[in-house]
Design a protein around this ligand. Sequence first.
Ligand SMILES: *Cc1c(COP(=O)(O)O)cnc(C)c1O
Length: 452
Amino acid sequence: MSEFRNLPSVEQLLQTRHAAELIAVYGRSLTLSAIRTVLDDIRTSYGNDNTIPQRPAVLELAEKKLETWVEPTLLPVINATGVILHTNLGRAPLSQTALQVIRGMSAGYCSLEYRLSSGQRGERSEHVESLIKMLTGAEAALVVNNNAGAILLALSALARRRRVIVSRSQLVAIGGGFRVPEIMRQSGAKLVEIGTTNQVRIEDYENALQDSTAFLLHVHHSNFKIIGFTEEPPLSELVKLGNRYDIPVIDDLGSGALLDTSRFGLAHEPMVQESLKAGAALVSFSGDKLLGGPQAGILAGRTDLIQKIKRHPLARALRVDKLCLAALSATLLHYLKDEAEREIPVWQMIATTPEELKARATRWRNILQTGEVIGGLSTVGGGSLPGETLPTFLLALSVKQPNQFMRRLSALKPPIIARIMDNQVVLDPRTVTPDQEGALLVGLQNVLGIKG
Ligand SMILES: *Cc1c(COP(=O)(O)O)cnc(C)c1O
């Protein structure tokens, strides 16, 4: 240990000018922690033949530590993957109006649980319930933290120690640990699996009915497709059966589109309105998938069921915050005013024509003076419309080491997330918002070594 006698002490280091500068930027306690950590690192990892670092070197190391400690890892990125609802990149970007209301609501106080008309205590979820009811035709609605939470809550409040019947073809895992069977166990509901992976008949549902059946659960496939020999009764058949036995049907739609995706050349994604019209007692869907709003889980349907769910203690644990409610109501208003396609980024991206995309990719190519504009496919993602694609145009860059190039793109500020296709790095204009284009081109010039 004697070789460390020459190591400067914390006190000596703190007296230097460099330490004073670090304290001014990072604060005293963080700087002190960094210095101590560096000294510890040196004591544990320096071998006998290494020279012991002196004050300037120790402080350089401490500064590096401080820089990495305060470097945020949650950053806005440029999504050039062409996956519109990219779960790992935060799913739906919000509309300009939603952003404005979030700003206004977060700076001060708001009427979150206060009825301005009467001066009495209100309920936070009220602010969006009437909008959801108007848009979907539901009797009642409730908003919670996310759709997984909405399902957990509905199961806990309505099916504890009772049977819930689900087809094996719908026992899905959505990713990020959301597995229908596990959620069921957590809620205390008894899962009754019927049918097979590729085939389930209405008789299978009927044969499983017993007195203690709380409801029939219908789950949208979301992120996979069963092709070939398949059979699944439509929701309306389940409702018919449920009506005969007085058992409600709950439909987990996952994405929950409010606009018809088939208008944009995509397959038809089940819509919330349709599901309720078909007789589902409750539907649940996410706020940040095709709805194009903030992360939220929405339950809409029968008043008696919603009331029961609202009274469950988990409803409090899963409640949404004021920023979510503000953004959600702004998003829902776009639908009510028939301007969703124009104002909500997810729908703007879906609606962008191949011609516009070709023009944008070509403009990028002309500015960069490199690469090639090629045809390609964008996807909706986020567990919506599996296997469905939208034709697009990509800027394809032939680079020597595509993986390394991608890493350099994601190290930029702001990071650019691209895709590799046929050994080329490709960038899809569909998911790059117009205000990010400048930063995208500067970033690409940088990594390509082109002078801007
Ligand atoms: C995405 C999805 C969920 C989970 O929704 P989150 O809002 O991510 O919690 C649940 N069910 C289905 C069918 C889904 O597609």
